[in-house]
Write a protein that binds this ligand. Structure first.
Ligand code: FAD
Length: 469
C-alpha cells in the first residue's frame, strides 16, 4: 500500500532521511502538504514565503514524475481522509521540535496509530536531535559554549542524495490549488516589494550555499557583523523551510575549514546556535511564549501594543537611525541583519522597556526566515530573560554600535530616506511598502528620538535595580 509523506518544514528531495526510506521501500509515495492548524496561525510574511516554497517544491516533485497533494483543514482529519481515499497504510514525516508543531504531531500520531496506520517520524530538520546531547549529569545544556564543545567534534552523517524518481500511486487523490489558498493575503505590503529579495527552492538554496562557501566564508568572521556588507550566508530563509538541510551546510563548512578558510569555524558555530535553540525549545517549550527565567514576569514591562513608542518601533521611526534602518530593512526585504536584530531587540526591551513578546510577534509577522526556535531564543537572549542571555544591565548603545559596525553610515543611508537629498532606491522602497495609514513620507524631517539613548538606558537600569526579584 502507498506511503503518504507529509511535508512540512522539509521542502526538499536531497538529504531527506524520511523520504529516502520511503522511496527505498519500493511502495508508491504520495507527497502531501497540509494547510493545517499550524500554518493557519503563521504570521503574514512567513506564510507568504511558505506558499512560494510549496509552489517550488510541487514543481520539483513533478519533474520526478510525482505530485504534491495539497489539502486544507485540521491535520489529523485531512490525513485520515487521505488514508481512506488512497488506501495508504503509512503516514510518514520529518520531526519538528517547537511546541505548536509537537502538539499537532502528537495528536496526529496517536490518532493514526489508533486507526492501525504506520505513523512514523524521521530526523532531518537538525543535525543533533535535542535529546541526544546531554551534560555529564544527564541534563540538557542551558549555556551555549559547553553545548558547542559537546557537539563540535561529533560525527555528522554524510548527506543523502535525492531520489532519482518517486514511485507514483495508481491514482492520485484530489488536491487543492495553491492559488486558492491565497497565502499572501495577510501581507499588507504585498508581495511585490519583498519578492526581489527571496531565494526560493532547493536548487536556489544549494546555489546560495555554494556561492557563500566559494566567495564569502573566508571573511565571514569579520564581515558577518557589518550590516551594509553581504557577509553572511542568508541561508536562514532556506533552512527554516527545509529547502536545504543543516547537514549540507555543516559539511560544506567543514570542508572550507579543512581548506584553511578562516571564517568557516565561526559559520559552523552559528549553525549550532540553531541546533542549540531547538535543544532549548524541546526541553523547555515555554521558551517560545513565556519568560524562560520566570522571575522576569515581575519586571514592569510595557505590554500595551498601542503605546506610541511601540508603534514608532514597528514603523521604523524611533529617531534612532540604526534601529530605524534595521526595522525598515525587515519591512522591505523580509529579513534583518543579525546585528540589527540584536540592536532593535535591545532597544525595544531596554530603552523602551517593552515586553520582548511584542517584538517576537512583530518579527513573526514580518520575517521570511521566521523560525520558531531561533526567534524566541534571539528575543529572550536580547531581553535578558532567556537562558545564557545577555544580562539586562548590558544595554546595547545603538550609537556606539553604529560607529563600530556602520562606520560610514552606509547601512543607515541605505534604509532611512529622511534627511537625504537623493535617497537610494532601497530607502524609498520602504514608502511603497508601508500602509498609507502610517502617514510617512521620505520628505518628512528626520524623526526625533521617542526615547533618547541615554535617558532610555538610565530608565531601564533604574527599573532593573529596583525590581523586586
Ligand atoms: P549566517 O550568519 O550565515 O548563519 C548561518 C546560519 O546559522 C543561519 O542561517 C541560522 O540558521 C544559524 N544562525 C546564525 N545566527 C544564529 C543565531 N543567533 N541564533 C540561531 N541561529 C543562528 N534566525 C532565524 O533563522 N529566524 C528567526 O526568526 C530569527 N529571529 C531572531 C530574532 C532576534 C531578536 C535575534 C537576535 C536573532 C534572530 N535570529 C533568527 C538569528 C539570526 O539573526 C539569523 O539566523 C541570521 O541573521 C540569519 O542570517 P544568515 O542566514 O545570513 O546567517
Amino acid at each position: 500500500s502507498p506511503i503518504i509523506f507529509w511535508f512540512r518544514r522539509d521542502l526538499r528531495l536531497g538529504d531527506h532521511p524520511g523520504l529516502t526510506e520511503a522511496v527505498k521501500s519500493g511502495r508508491p509515495v504520495i507527497p502531501v502538504f497540509l494547510h493545517d492548524e499550524v500554518v493557519e496561525v503563521t504570521g503574514a510574511a512567513p506564510r507568504w514565503r511558505l506558499g512560494l516554497g510549496v509552489g517550488a517544491f510541487a514543481e520539483t516533485l513533478s519533474d520526478k514524475g510525482s505530485r504534491l497533494v495539497l489539502r486544507r483543514g485540521k491535520a489529523l482529519e485531512e490525513l485520515r481522509a487521505l488514508v481512506k481515499e488512497t488506501g495508504a497504510g503509512a503516514v510518514w514525516w520529518s520531526r519538528l521540535y517547537d511546541p505548536d508543531a509537537r502538539q499537532r504531531d502528537e495528536r496526529v500520531k496517536a490518532g493514526l496509530k489508533d486507526d492501525g496506520i504506520d505513523a512514523r517520524s524521521f530526523e532531518g530538520h537538525l543535525m543533533f536531535e535535542p535529546w541526544t546531547v546531554e551534560t555529564g549529569q544527564g541534563e540538557f545544556y542551558k549555556v551555549y559554549t559547553p553545548y558547542w564543545k559537546a557537539v563540535r567534534g561529533r560525527d555528522v552523517a554524510p548527506t543523502l542524495s535525492a531520489p532519482k524518481e518517486l514511485p507514483a500511486p495508481d491514482s492520485w487523490p484530489k488536491s487543492d490549488k495553491l492559488e486558492d489558498w491565497k497565502m499572501g493575503a495577510a501581507m499588507q505590503r504585498g508581495a511585490a516589494v519583498v519578492e526581489p529579495y527571496v531565494c526560493v527552492g532547493e536548487d536556489a538554496a544549494s546555489h546560495r550555499l555554494g556561492s557563500f562557501i566559494a566567495n564569502r566564508v573566508a571573511d565571514y568572521g569579520e564581515a558577518r557583523d557589518v550590516p551594509s556588507v553581504e557577509g553572511t550566508s542568508r541561508l536562514s530563509e532556506n533552512l527554516t523551510y527545509g529547502e536545504i538541510s543543516p547537514r549540507a551546510c555543516w559539511h560544506a563548512g567543514v570542508r572550507a575549514r579543512e581548506e584553511g578558510k578562516q571564517g568557516a569555524e565561526t559559520f559552523l558555530k552559528e549553525l549550532c546556535w540553531r541546533e542549540f535553540a531547538y535543544h532549548l525549545v524541546h526541553h523547555t517549550p515555554r521558551l517560545t511564549s513565556d519568560n524562560w527565567r520566570e522571575e522576569w514576569s515581575a519586571f514592569p514591562w510595557n505590554e500595551d501594543e498601542r503605546k506610541a513608542e511601540v508603534k514608532a518601533w514597528k514603523q521604523g521611526r524611533t529617531g534612532i537611525d540604526f534601529v530605524d534602518a534595521a526595522m525598515r530593512e525587515m519591512f522591505v526585504t523580509g529579513t534583518m541583519h543579525n546585528r540589527g536584530r540584536m540592536i532593535v531587540a535591545s532597544y525595544l526591551t531596554k530603552h523602551l522597556m517593552c515586553h520582548w513578546r511584542i517584538g517576537k510577534e512583530w518579527f513573526e509577522d514580518c520575517l521570511i526566515d521566521w523560525d520558531p526556535a531561533n526567534n524566541a531564543l534571539g528575543w529572550q537572549w536580547s531581553a535578558g530573560s532567556g537562558p545564557d542571555a545577555t544580562p539586562y544591565f548590558r544595554v546595547f548603545n545603538p550609537e556606539t554600535q553604529a560607529e563600530r559596525f556602520d562606520k560610514d553610515g552606509d547601512y543607515r543611508k541605505a534604509w532611512v530616506a529622511e534627511g537625504q537629498s537623493s535617497p537610494p532606491k532601497t530607502a524609498l522602497a520602504y514608502f511603497d511598502a508601508i500602509p498609507k495609514s502610517w502617514g510617512m513620507s521620505p520628505d518628512d524631517p528626520e524623526p526625533e528620538p521617542v526615547v533618547g539613548v541615554k535617558e532610555g538606558r538610565e530608565r531601564a537600569l533604574d527599573a532593573y535595580q529596583n525590581r523586586d526579584f
